[in-house]
Structures are given as structure tokens and as C-alpha cells.
Design a protein around this ligand. Structure first.
Ligand code: GLC
Length: 809
């Protein structure tokens, strides 16, 4: 692929400077010299966005097939530096800015990091947008423009405090509001049956609440700048000015604005994915709003291009549903085709199923959404009729095919037990269902979705996740990326498989030493950030041992803390015991209402308080929690890490993607045989990764056998019992009290994530791994081997697989 060197965007740094200066008057009505860094960043981003849109207007017009990626979450991260890289204009812009007395770094630091996602699922969606543009296909994102991001995490007295993330406070220079593309979405009201003269009939939904969905488009620039796609984010507004003037005049401002605030609430916040708040009606409204608005705008564009030729809709349009949140795409597409375009019911079902595909991202029961039928039907009466009828026909057919066996019905029907089951809805309407790692897809086939697999095995397939290697290696780890490029050229940016060429350097002592220096540089960068944001010092001579991800019981941050307590206790007991000097890095958010996960964050801070302040351990161990995990600080953390902790209980993590980012950044994985760790271990080879603990099938055996009793295990393991006791005996209570609920989780809930079972194997694996750090060249050779074999995990590869097997682009 031709890589754009940016010359047709700015001929040279002077040309850039001229165009940039002009923009200030145009946008802000004042000169560059009068502006703050924030304003300068804003104008720069507006200029680059405009350049991107110029390419966009020509890039997908001729595409024969368009893919729409429906996702309630997109964690974009900062865009400026990424887009400069992708457009090939980093150098010319940086040079121009220097000339103007500022720096790219300074302006880039002004950029917000929109928190429009919870974690892996939302970041995957953003990586996919990047790769779709890079692969030159017409692939668009469809999501929600939440007024506030997830939340800004602050730590007070060791506890997580959630603060409003007002990411739009300074405007978002990448987006454009498209008023003329707004559509209406109706909630509630009643369904009216109309009859024609010749006995024909049709339905309409009337009354209720009508919401105007207004799109904001963000350009998505692919590396090499051949294709620029867009991400469309919907915002909810009142359809017409419904302002109660009487109430206002009477001084009741709240009532005067009530309608507006009811509507705007729909796009106000992003729901935390594991908070148990899914019953909230607002969440259902969000899901329907972005589904209906997205589909309406797709149908509009389709009709402009192909007229009412709905038979061929699926030849030109793919609708990909990211998890169950867009599950209503199937029935809503049917509703629009039948009610608004006169398509026959059966035909509409076939069109929908041929167009729609679904990715499952988790086996956690709380994520398999269900809605009470009554709530659902009241809010979406016409849509419900479609679900009801499709489900009725499905059940009838299934009973006929299976000689009246109702087992399959109970597991696969959509409407069951007074609920609408969204995973079942997604599957019923999809021609493809995929998991996100080999192990995960097998678990779907063999257990979670086994009955669906029995009925339609041909629709199941695996698409192992990937990550944007340009952002997470080239951009995040500048020191290492420079070294890589000097060694193998720039081809790896375009094609991550070229990283393989690095294998030739695994015995090159000079290269390995330079790698060491590069890692050191990245550690310094992270240390400076941590010092600035928390005041904590990090010793860059130590191993940086990293676990960064959402806080969740199954991810077992607790196991990591127990290991640290083990090392601490042992050092106090035995002065000759000297573990490798290590800085343990944690970062991540816990859902606001997920008490256990928040307690684990508090525990980390308490352990840090005890360990970091105990002079007897001579600074050998240090625990650092980096607040407010987001794409931007994640980039710093990955680059600086030596060890990648991926220690979820096997069978629970669908894939994981921080494991891939860290592998690529030359960190050695210490992990269980879970999710994509398995594929990482196959690619890295057994000497270059440390696997420990129960495997997924063994975990299932423990659960099934019913013979595991956590208390028994503790009775036989005094070392571990001592650690568990520390939770409640006051030794960790200095900051803010004991940890009874964690103690209960282990002993009353009987250690549901098998932390205690895996503990010994984990500690042993950690000790073996860290002991080998002393021989730094051999360590770096193994780390390099990881990078060299990480090309498979580029999202470019994942997207090519989706294109070939699912979307047929
Ligand atoms: C979810 C899963 C995680 C996966 C990600 C992307 O966040 O929990 O395992 O990597 O989705 O598929």
C-alpha cells in the first residue's frame, strides 16, 4: 500500500504555518499569538480534521459494500498524534510548530481523552475503526455521543472517588454536527392498526415521546491516508421546542425544562458495564436510540444510491453488532423495511439476517442482557410486535423440527420467563456469531451457547482480537519504535507481520543493549508522569510489573496483591530472602456500584501504604496505583512495562487485549491459560512466557466436583492463611479500616475465582520469572522474541478476517 508522505496536505512547514495561522482568525477571531495552548490545540485539531474530511469525501464513494460497526462504546483515545502519523505529516507539523515557538508535544498534551467506553470492548471498537480505514474498506462506526464520559477516577484516602468527566468542556474539535442528517425516534405511545379498502392493513406507532437524534461525525483516518471513514455518534434532543412558558413565568424553571431534560438524559451518561444497573430504562432507550437512528440513516443513504431495491440490501450493507447492546438491530431493521418501505415480513427477516452479524465478548452472566417484557413492550410497542412474531414462528418451527422437545426452546427462544433475552435476539437475527479468542469461541460452542451451536453450527466462528499496533507501539513507545525502524525499516507500520524481521536481532548484543536503554527511557517517561500526577517516585532500576485493566473479581487483582503480601511477609521473616526489586503497577476503574472491586482498589492502597513505608524491605518492593486509567496513560504504561500480569481465572476472560499490547511492547507475560494468553503463548513459545495455574477445564472440574472448600485449603497452607488474616486483623487497616468483605468473599462465598487454589503456582511462577531478569541480555532477547511474534495481534489481521469470513468485502 502506498504510504502518504503528506506532501499533498502541506507542501512544507511554511505552508503548514500559513494555513494554520489563517485558521485562528476564521475560528476564533484572533491571532495565534493571542491564544492559549488549549486554543492552539483546538485550532490545530480543527485544521487536521478538515484535511481528513477532504480525503474522506472521495474515499468511499465508490465502495460497493459498506460495513457499519454498531457499538455503544468507542474508546478513541487522543487523536492528534495518531492522525498526524497516519497522514504522514508528523514531521512537517512538528517543524512548523517549533518555528512558531511552541511544540507538538505541548499542544498534544491539551487533548482530552474521551471516556466513551468501559474497557476492552470499547477500545477494540476504536482499534477496528483504525484498521478498517487502513485496509481501505468503507467501514463506519455507529455509537452514542455521551455528554459525560464514564467517570474521572480520583483516589481519596485510598478509595476510588468518581468525578464527572466533562470531556466536552472545551468543545471537541474533531467532530462536526450534522443537523441535516437528524432523524426522529419514538418511544412509548400506542400501535394503531389501519385498514385499506381491499382488506390490506398496516400499523403505525403513535403518541409517546419523540426524540430527535442528531449525529456528530468524527473522521477516522487510516494509516497511509488512502481512506478516511467516519464514526457517527448520536445525541438525543427534543424533537420540537417543548418549553413550558407558563411554568417558567411562574418561576418553576425545573418544570419549564422538564421535557428537554428527560430527552437529553438519554445521551447523558455511559453505563458502567458491570454495575448491575442494566434494568434502567434509560439504558434501553440508549440502545434503541442509537440502533434506530443508525439504521434510519443507513436506509436513507442506501435509498439514495440504490432506490427501493431492498432485495440486494445485504449485498451492499453489513451491520455488525458489538455485543448485545445493539441487539435490536434485527427487529428494528425489519420494522423500518416493513412499516416504512412496504417490504414483506418474511423477506424483511431474510434481509436483516443476511446483513447482521454479532460478536460475543464475554461469558459473564451479568453481561447477557435481559429485559422484563412489560417494560420493553411499553417502551417499544411496535418493535416488540416484530420480536414477538419472529420468536413465535421460531418456536413453532423448532418444536416441529425437534419432535416437541422443549429443552432447546428453553435455552434458545428470545421471549422466555417474562424476559426479552438480548443474546438470543442477537443470534436469531445474525448470519454469523463469533467469539474473540480460540478458547472463548470454544467455550461458546461447548457451553454458554451450545444449544445454538447444535442448531446452527455453520454460523459460529472465531476472530481472535487485535490491537492497533501503530498507536500502541509506534506512537506509545517512541524509543523502542525508533530502534525497530532503524533495524527493519518502516514497513511494519503498514504490515505488522514485518515485525518478524526482528528475530534476526535476538542474538545481537548491541541491539539488546539498545533495547534496554529504550525501555529505560520509557520508564523515565512513566515515572515523570506518575510523579507529576500522584507525587509518587518510581525507581526505574526495578522491574515494572504491570496489571492494568478494569477491576473485576475474575481478573484477580486480589491474587496479585496476595503475592505482594507474601513477598513482604517473607522478607520480614527471613532477612536473607531478597526478591528481585520490583515496582508493582496497578491501574483501572471499578464500576461505581461494584463494591467488591472498589474494596480491592482500597486494599491496593492500604498494601502500598504498608509496604512502601516499611524501611526494613529496603525499597525492594513498591506498589503504585496510577489513577484514572484511560487510553492516554495506558500508552505510557504499556511502553514502560517489563512484566504483563494476565492472571484471570481460566475460562473467564474472553480474550483480553492489554495482554497483546504489552507483548508487543516487549513485556513478558505472566499469566493463566485464559483468553488470548493461549495464543500469545503459542506465538511466543514456552521459554518466552510464564504460564501457571488451573486450566479452563480444570476450573470447571473444581466447580462441578463440589469438593473445594476454601477453609480446608487455608488450614493446610499457613503462609496463605496468614495473608488472608491480614485482611481483618488490623495490619492493613491504617488508612481506612479492615477488609471484611474480601475476607467473606474468600471464606463465605468459598473463593469463587479460585484465588487461593492458584496462589502457590502463581508465586512460584513470579519468582522464577523475576529471577531471570538479572541476566538482562537474555531477558531482552526473550522480550524481543515477543515483539517479533506479536504481528498476528495487529487489528489489521483481525479486520482482514472479518472482511473475508463475515462481511465478504
Ligand atoms: C470484553 C472482554 C475482554 C475482551 C474485550 C474485547 O471487554 O471482557 O476479554 O478482550 O471485550 O473483545
Amino acid at each position: 500500500m502506498a504510504v502518504n508522505n503528506g506532501q499533498n496536505i502541506f507542501t512544507d512547514k511554511q505552508d503548514f504555518e500559513d494555513q494554520y495561522r489563517d485558521k485562528f482568525i476564521q475560528i476564533l477571531g484572533k491571532y495565534y499569538g493571542e491564544c492559549t495552548d488549549q486554543e492552539r490545540y483546538n485550532v490545530l485539531a480543527r485544521l487536521i480534521a478538515e484535511k481528513a474530511r477532504e480525503i474522506q469525501s472521495t474515499s468511499y464513494i465508490h465502495a460497493n459494500k459498506q460495513v457499519y460497526y454498531f457499538s455503544l462504546e468507542f474508546l478513541l483515545g487522543p487523536l492528534l498524534e495518531n492522525y498526524l502519523l497516519n497522514l504522514g505529516i508528523t514531521d512537517v507539523v512538528a517543524a512548523g510548530l517549533e518555528e512558531m515557538g511552541t511544540s507538538l508535544q505541548k499542544l498534544a498534551a491539551q487533548e482530552v481523552d474521551p471516556g466513551l467506553g468501559n474497557g476492552g470492548l470499547g477500545r477494540l471498537a476504536a482499534c477496528f475503526l483504525d484498521s478498517m480505514a487502513h485496509e481501505g474498506m468503507a467501514g463506519f462506526g455507529n455509537g452514542m455521543r455521551y455528554r459525560y464520559g464514564l467517570f474521572r477516577q480520583e483516589i481519596k484516602d485510598g478509595r476510588q472517588v468518581e468525578c464527572t468527566d466533562n470531556w466536552l468542556a472545551n468543545g471537541y474539535p474533531w467532530e462536526v454536527r450534522k443537523d441535516d442528517s437528524s432523524v426522529l425516534v419514538r418511544f412509548g405511545g400506542t400501535v394503531v392498526r389501519h385498514e385499506g379498502e381491499n382488506g390490506d392493513f398496516w400499523f403505525s406507532q403513535e403518541g409517546g415521546q419523540v426524540v430527535k437524534a442528531v449525529p456528530y461525525d468524527v473522521p477516522i483516518v487510516g494509516y497511509g491516508a488512502k481512506t478516511v471513514n467516519k464514526l457517527r455518534l448520536w445525541s438525543a434532543e427534543p424533537a420540537e421546542e417543548d418549553f413550558d412558558l407558563d411554568a417558567f413565568n411562574a418561576g418553576d424553571y425545573a418544570r419549564a425544562n422538564k421535557f428537554r431534560s428527560d430527552v437529553e438524559a438519554i445521551s447523558t451518561i455511559l453505563y458502567p458495564n458491570d454495575s448491575g444497573e442494566h434494568g434502567r430504562i434509560l439504558r434501553l432507550k440508549q440502545e434503541y436510540l442509537f440502533v434506530s437512528a443508525g439504521l434510519q440513516s443507513i436506509l436513507r443513504a442506501y435509498k439514495d444510491k440504490y432506490g427501493e431495491d431492498w432485495d440486494h440490501f445485504a449485498d451492499h450493507v453489513c451491520i455488525h453488532t458489538n455485543d448485545t447492546h445493539p441487539a435490536m438491530c434485527g427487529p428494528e431493521l425489519m420494522r423500518l423495511l416493513v412499516d416504512e418501505h412496504g417490504v414483506d415480513f418474511n423477506e424483511a427477516f431474510d434481509i436483516a439476517r443476511n446483513a447482521i452479524s454479532y460478536t460475543n465478548h464475554t461469558v459473564m452472566p451479568e453481561a447477557l442482557e435481559k429485559w422484563p417484557i412489560n417494560t420493553f413492550r411499553e417502551l417499544l410497542p411496535r418493535l416488540y410486535m416484530f420480536i414477538d412474531e419472529v420468536d413465535r414462528r421460531y418456536k413453532e418451527q423448532l418444536l416441529a423440527d425437534s419432535n416437541g422437545n422443549t429443552d432447546l426452546l428453553a435455552s434458545t427462544a428470545v421471549l422466555w420467563d417474562n424476559t426479552v433475552r438480548m443474546a438470543n435476539l442477537s443470534i436469531l437475527f445474525s448470519h454469523s456469531v463469533n467469539g474473540v479468542s480460540d478458547l472463548h469461541t470454544n467455550i461458546l460452542k461447548q457451553s454458554v451457547l451450545k444449544d445454538f451451536y447444535k442448531l446452527r453450527p455453520e454460523i459460529f466462528n472465531n476472530k481472535t482480537n487485535g490491537i492497533c499496533h501503530r498507536r500502541f507501539l509506534a506512537q506509545a513507545n517512541t524509543a523502542y519504535a525508533k530502534l525497530i525502524t532503524e533495524a527493519i525499516g518502516t514497513g511494519w507500520l503498514d504490515d505488522a507481520n514485518e515485525l518478524n524481521k526482528l528475530s534476526a536481532f535476538e542474538n545481537d548484543v548491541e541491539f539488546l543493549d539498545e533495547m534496554d536503554a529504550a525501555k529505560r527511557e520509557e520508564k523515565e517517561r512513566l515515572a515523570a508522569y506518575v510523579k507529576k500526577t500522584t507525587g509518587i517516585e518510581m525507581d526505574t532500576n526495578t522491574i515494572f510489573d504491570t496489571q492494568v485493566k478494569r477491576f473485576h473479581a475474575y481478573k484477580r487483582q486480589l491474587l496479585n496483591i496476595f503475592k505482594i503480601l507474601y513477598l513482604y511477609n517473607r522478607m520480614l521473616d527471613d532477612q536473607s530472602y531478597k526478591p528481585a526489586p520490583t515496582t508493582f503497577i496497578f491501574s483501572g476503574k471499578a464500576a461505581q456500584s461494584y463494591t467488591f472491586a472498589k474494596e480491592v482498589i482500597r486494599l491496593i492502597h492500604s498494601v502500598a501504604d504498608v509496604v512502601n513505608n516499611d524501611e526494613r524491605i529496603e525499597g525492594r518492593l513498591k506498589v503504585v496505583f496510577i489513577p484514572n486509567f484511560a487510553v492516554s496513560n495506558a500508552q505510557l504504561i504499556y511502553a514502560a512495562s517489563d512484566i504483563s500480569e494476565q492472571i484471570s481465572v481460566a475460562g473467564a476472560e474472553a480474550s483480553g487485549t492489554s495482554n497483546m499490547k504489552l507483548m508487543m511492547n516487549a513485556a513478558l507475560t505472566l499469566g493463566t491459560y485464559d483468553g488470548s494468553n493461549i495464543e500469545i503463548s503459542e506465538l511466543a513459545g514456552p521459554e518466552n512466557i510464564k504460564i501457571f495455574g488451573l486450566r479452563a477445564d480444570e476450573v470447571q472440574q473444581v466447580y462441578a466436583s463440589g469438593t473445594y472448600f476454601a477453609q480446608n485449603l487455608l488450614n493446610q497452607n499457613p503462609t496463605l492463611a496468614r495473608i488472608v488474616n491480614m485482611l481483618t486483623d488490623g495490619s492493613l487497616a491504617r488508612l481506612s479500616g479492615n477488609f471484611e468483605s474480601i475476607h467473606d468473599y474468600l471464606l463465605i462465598n468459598n473463593d469463587p475465582d479460585l484465588v487461593l487454589i492458584d496462589f502457590d503456582a502463581y508465586v512460584k511462577a513470579w519468582e522464577e520469572l523475576t529471577q531471570s531478569y538479572a541476566d538482562r541480555r537474555s531477558w531482552n532477547a526473550r522480550a524481543l522474541h515477543n515483539t517479533a511474534n506479536s504481528g498476528f495481534f495487529s487489528a489489521d489481521r483481525t479486520i482482514r478476517e472479518y472482511m473475508e469470513d463475515i462481511w465478504h468485502v
